[in-house]
Write a protein that binds this ligand. Structure first.
Ligand code: PEP
Length: 271
């Protein structure tokens, strides 16, 4: 499925990050149920991805293909090298061969729990691009940085570290997810105004690194305790092109409700 509506408007992107949840049998059941629940009218306006654990990818890919379920396959992470002595890691070409389209890069859990550095994030992002997939670059500030008034500086630094040196086409084609760390898995959501302000700031910094036209095309998502009740308000921000959903994407009912809520927002002058 393409990223845009037939009318030329950019489709909202709703991405489900399953983290380390759902074995391959649970994953199969979840995507089958999503296939039954997702409203075709909503899918005309919303592109939906699921990012299961690595061990589920082949099973999910097969079910999506066999049953023509209109979900796009995503992954949660990859290594920057194409192959090598990196025990426990998975490479971008391995994901591309499985039909993966979107790969999360630099999720805060990878950065905080597994020590992924800005340099490793930048290298993984380039590996994703090299193999024809779309990186979803995750950036966001800690609670302490927010309280110290450092949110914008933190976002600018993370965006520059990952995207400096990319071509304008690469910047236009990538996805960035603004994920304030204090909002991930906590039930504390950024206000719609805060999410819009942060996404606009990220877009401006991408414009500095490329061109305003390229940055206008980049899809920028909000992530952090998104649920069916707060989705429409968050997605209403003109710079917010969709949502990255963790916990609420594990259950087919709540995830399909989020997709339906996102589809209620008209995107006339939206990015
Ligand atoms: C995430 O994992 O990227 C995320 C936003 O999680 P949650 O929706 O559970 O806060």
């Amino acid at each position: 499925m393409g990223a845009d509506e037939p009318g030329g408007e950019r489709r909202t992107l709703v991405a489900g990050n399953w983290k380390m949840h759902h074995d391959h049998l649970q994953a199969i059941r979840t995507v089958q149920e999503l296939g039954l629940r997702l409203d075709p009218g909503a899918l005309a306006r919303v592109e939906v991805t699921v990012h299961p654990p690595f061990t589920d990818l082949r099973s999910v890919q097969t079910v999506l293909e066999d049953r023509a379920i209109p979900l796009v396959l995503g992954a949660q992470h990859c290594h920057s090298d194409d192959a090598g002595a990196f025990t426990g890691e998975v490479s971008a070409p391995m994901l591309a061969r499985l039909g993966v389209r979107y790969v999360l890069v630099g999720h805060s859990e990878r950065r905080q729990l597994f020590g992924q550095s800005d340099a490793q994030v930048a290298a993984a992002l380039r590996a994703v691009l090299r193999h024809g997939m779309v990186p979803v670059l995750c950036v966001g500030e800690t609670a302490g940085e927010r309280e110290a008034g450092e949110t914008e500086a933190r976002l600018a630094a993370q965006v520059a570290a990952a995207a400096d040196g990319l071509t304008v086409e690469q910047i236009a084609g990538m996805v960035v997810a603004y994920e304030p760390i204090w909002a991930i898995g906590t039930g504390a959501t950024a206000t719609a105004d805060d999410a819009q302000r942060a996404c606009a700031h990220i877009r401006a910094r991408l414009g500095d690194l490329s061109s305003p036209e390229a940055a206008a095309a980049t899809r920028i998502l909000y992530g952090g305790s998104v649920n069916p009740d707060n989705t429409a308000a968050l997605v209403a921000g003109p710079d917010v092109g969709g949502v990255l959903v963790g916990g609420a994407s594990l259950d087919a009912a709540s995830f399909s409700d989020i997709v339906s809520a996102a589809a209620t927002v008209r995107r006339s002058s939206r990015r």
